[in-house]
Design a protein around this ligand. Structure first.
Ligand SMILES: Cc1cc2nc3c(=O)[nH]c(=O)nc-3n(C[C@H](O)[C@H](O)[C@H](O)COP(=O)(O)O)c2cc1C
Length: 248
């Protein structure tokens, strides 16, 4: 398990510098027709991931950032509690609500969510940052990460898996799909995505203003790129923009 994650991280850091030749603008098919670019090739670092990014650290997850953190609690069939953060995490469906996280390698959260058919998502806020980080330690499956991080498990309502007592929002989930990821060529990867239907939602009432959930007030901790970057948000970062009317 640990080896798989290390192998994944090492692949992500692929240090083959500038393995690909720069493209000449005139030969680039993306520049034919009506496609125009205001910048030249020298303004962009281009790479094909299979050949390495040629940078000190992979920019991939720094570009897809900041990401919400899926702080996933599970219980093993033998009853050991498990808790770990997953930033390859998001929401995928409204009705029914479905969320998912990607296990880069065969990890305990994946094994438990598959075996028990349940997991909970716990909102990470600034006050829980250190505890969240502690629960990312690669420890044997028999270690209770709630205890490791000094966290209290709270009884869930619709699933038997407990959630984090201090989390200000929680989704109780039933595992709906387990999807091993393949490359475009159909080759297996180390990654498996776990999807779950949200069957119970807890929200700290202090985060509801006139019944509207206050995203910024919740203060979610978000993952940036690199080994240590995180971000938070505030009302000052808010931008209001409505969708165009239908038919356009
Ligand atoms: C903020 C953060 C985000 C992480 N995101 C992922 C992720 O998306 N996928 C993954 O496999 N590991 C991720 N990890 C590493 C796991 O948390 C770590 O491997 C953990 O030990 C897995 O625990 P488990 O075996 O109990 O599931 C992340 C770690 C941190 C600190």
């Amino acid at each position: 398990m640990v080896e798989l994650w290390r192998a994944y991280e090492s692949a992500m850091s692929g240090l083959r510098p500038n393995a690909l030749p720069e493209r000449s603008p005139s030969k680039d098919p993306a520049r034919s027709g009506n496609v125009e670019h205001s910048m030249t090739d020298s303004d962009f670092h281009f790479y094909e991931p299979r050949a390495g990014h040629g940078l000190p650290h992979s920019p991939f997850n720094a570009i897809i950032a900041p990401r919400p953190i899926g702080w996933i609690s599970t219980r093993s069939p033998g009853g050991v509690l498990n808790l770990a953060p997953y930033s390859f995490f998001n929401a995928f469906n409204y009705v029914p609500p479905i969320i998912g996280f990607a296990s880069n390698g065969a990890k305990d959260s994946l094994a438990n969510a598959e075996a028990t058919g349940e997991f909970c998502w716990n909102l990470v806020t600034g006050d829980l940052a250190e505890a969240m980080n502690t629960t990312s330690a690669e420890v044997p499956a028999g270690v209770d990460e709630f205890a490791l991080a000094g966290l209290t498990p709270a009884q869930s309502r619709t699933v038997s898996t407990p959630h984090v007592a201090g989390a200000r929002a929680v989704f109780e989930c039933r595992t709906s799909d387990i999807v091993p990821l393949r490359s475009a060529a159909g080759a297996p990867t180390v990654t498996t995505v776990v999807f779950g239907e949200v069957v119970g939602v807890h929200i700290d009432r202090a985060l509801l203003k006139d019944g509207i959930y206050q995203t910024a007030a919740a203060g979610p901790l978000l993952r940036g790129g690199g080994p240590a970057a995180y971000f938070t948000i505030g009302e000052e970062n808010r931008l209001e923009m409505r969708r165009p009317p239908s038919g356009q």
